[in-house]
Design a protein around this ligand. Structure first.
Ligand code: PNS
Length: 171
């Protein structure tokens, strides 16, 4: 494994639809551990997302505007190809519970097979976020619940705006 002269670069890939405090926690840990961490927002045309990719990028950039070693970017295609283009040698993934393990292990081993120079590093989020997922956040908000403390303030505001816009359209 070769190290970039700029230090160890890590990629934290995901859908981030939306960014939760669990993601923020992992990015902060990564920023302490690696010289640079790139939050890679997947451009996935198959899913029907709540937030567009530019919206997700703008949210993450505003949350991490004061972090000099956190970059927010988008990618499509194979993650390992993107890692190679960015000279990243680490893929960061969060592990919340045993239920995450099987899918994460499959991805990590497939990525290793595709490019053995990139190592997947798993990190556990702080305990209050171990049950948290973007899917649950969207469901709770859609059904009128509150997600204060589970997502960054900007995400809470954008979720409220989306919900209002949808309700106005339905009315
Ligand atoms: O937040 P998510 O949806 O769990 O993130 C999944 C992600 C983006 C990490 C995964 O879908 C991915 O890496 N997609 C890129 C395509 C790819 O490289 N597929 C092979 C991975 S084994």
């Amino acid at each position: 494994m070769t190290t970039d002269p700029g230090g160890v670069i890590a990629i934290y890939p995901g859908s981030f639809d939306p960014l939760t405090n669990g993601h923020v926690d992992i990015i902060e840990r990564g920023a302490r551990l690696f010289d640079r961490i790139i939050v890679g927002v997947l451009i996935n045309l198959e899913k029907s997302p709540l937030f567009t990719v530019p919206e997700r990028v703008s949210i993450a950039r505003s949350v991490f505007r004061d972090y000099s070693n956190v970059e927010v970017d988008t990618f499509d295609g194979l993650l390992v190809d993107y890692a190679r283009r960015k000279h990243a040698t680490v893929i960061v993934r969060g592990l919340r519970a045993i239920s995450d393990f099987e899918y994460e292990m499959q991805m990590a081993l497939m990525n290793r097979r595709l490019n053995a120079d990139v190592e997947t590093v798993f990190m556990m989020p702080a305990e209050p976020y171990t049950y948290l997922s973007s899917r649950l956040v969207k469901e709770v908000v859609a059904l009128g619940g509150t997600v204060t403390g589970l997502v960054p303030r900007v995400v809470e505001e954008r979720l409220r705006e989306k919900k209002l816009a949808r309700e106005t359209l339905k009315a």
